[in-house]
Design a protein around this ligand. Sequence first.
Ligand SMILES: [Ca+2]
Ligand SMILES: [Ca+2]
Ligand SMILES: [Ca+2]
Length: 362
Amino acid sequence: MNNIRKSLIIIITALCVFACSKSKDEPAVNPSAEPSAEPSANPSEDPSTEPSADPYDFSGLTPNLSSDGKFITNIFEFRPAPGQFANENYPKYEASNTDADMRQKVFDAIGGEKRGLVSLGSFGGYVTFGFGHSVINHEGKDFMIYGNALYGNKKVTPYLGSCEPGVVYVSIDKNGNGLPDDEWFVLAGSQYDISTHNHTVTYYRTPADHVPTPGSPAFRTDTTLVKWVDSNGVTGYVEQNSFHTANHYYPDWYADDQITFTGELLPSNIYTNGSSVALQAVEWGYADVHPNDSINRNAFDINWARNSEGKKIALPFIDFVRIATGVLQQAGMMGDTSTEVAGARIIDAEEAKLLPLYPGQQ
Ligand SMILES: [Ca+2]
Ligand SMILES: [Ca+2]
Ligand SMILES: [Ca+2]
């Protein structure tokens, strides 16, 4: 399996691998990365003006409590960015598959208590899901996300391994139509203050007359396979590597020849030492950066929600969750970095009491 091979590469390229201890409640890896105080509030707000002008007043909304399952029931969107696993696997694209077919495959992989894998591709690629009912924002953490992160050589630097941060967004069904067409809020994790907010990247389908540009080392079989342009005018490429040469990387079922994503861009987490390459974990608040047995590090509090201007937004509950790859990078033999999602689960109020908040999470 590609996933196993991918893991093996990481293990081989790390300098010396050993079993790492569980990390549930360890102190901050990088205390300096903790978010600082929230942005300044708007001092011009006049409390004497008319009521309910606040778009973030959700007090009139009633949560949907028609069911009480803990796991994913609906895949609303699957929009991966180009990457080495697109089409090939996680999930596999087969000729004539539609968007609906691909969403069904995603559900088959990560719906309910299944722990299959879905790969989101390069920066911005995402999956959007729900639990069949609202998720109440109770005290502490409210849900967790499963991935396929692993640690390698913790001796060299903390939490070194295959950690591919996915940014988590939440939304409330404000217009009540049951669809995720309402405003999205990012859950501000430990990297929020050093991330580029509202970063936009457009990827272009490889032209039919494309001529590969081999690079060095030899595993870089085409350094110009999928072109991208970001909101700063910077151009780059998702490269083809020798382990995935039969793949277009650009999702074959997309009707358009270009696709644009906007979201939080984290700094590169590539760790290099000579020819060794690994992907270092970030502290908290992102999917697919800590092994699944670290429940608390894979758990999320709706209280971390912020709007696109950085303002903290109090959400009494949510109806939709979106996970998007948060980095844009080529990591040596590991190729492009892609967040994987292996399911999600609601954390109830009792379990939340067992998952203490880390410094910076309050
Ligand atoms: Ca909460
Ligand atoms: Ca809606
Ligand atoms: Ca991963």
